[in-house]
Design a protein around this ligand. Structure first.
Ligand code: HEM
Length: 118
């Protein structure tokens, strides 16, 4: 069970890498778009994260305050990507810079919470 949990953590981190990597590519090219890689990253991180939110394959207690906070942050990222993506499809394909930067900052915040808040 422990090895399976480690594999799910690996999948979860891969989702984070896709979400943040996809975002970083847009940020560095100053395009402010929500791309397919970001959408897949969010879904993968969310599904694997929810699987990890249950206490299986571990011998210690989970930090549910941290997990709840991460879930709220993830829902905020999803809402921003959903609203931004819908608006972008009606317009020129780009989102407002403030909305775009908030997505990146919240993604980093969740990764920071994951590794710093024990
Ligand atoms: C964009 C959203 C998210 C990002 C960027 C993210 C990032 C990360 C990272 C980098 C780790 C590895 C930390 C480590 O092993 O020390 C991690 C672990 C974890 N994440 Fe997330 N996460 C996100 C969303 C979520 C959500 C929504 C949940 C649950 C509702 C969640 C639950 C967990 C749990 C339980 C672990 C620890 C696994 C363990 O120690 O067994 N994450 N996350």
């Amino acid at each position: 069970m422990e090895i399976l949990r480690h594999i799910v953590v690996f999948v979860h981190i891969t989702g984070f890498a896709l979400l943040f990597g996809g975002w970083a590519v847009e940020a560095f090219s100053r395009r402010f778009r929500i791309n397919t890689v970001m959408n897949w990253g969010l879904v993968i991180a969310a599904v694997a994260g929810l699987a990890l939110a249950a206490p299986w394959g571990i011998s210690y207690d989970l930090n549910y305050a941290k997990i709840g906070t991460k879930l709220v942050v993830l829902l905020a990222i999803g809402a921003l990507m959903g609203i931004g993506g819908a608006r972008a499809r009606k317009g020129d394909g780009t989102v407002a810079p403030g909305l775009f930067w908030t997505i990146g900052i919240l993604t980093l915040l969740n990764a920071g919470l994951a590794v710093i808040w024990r």
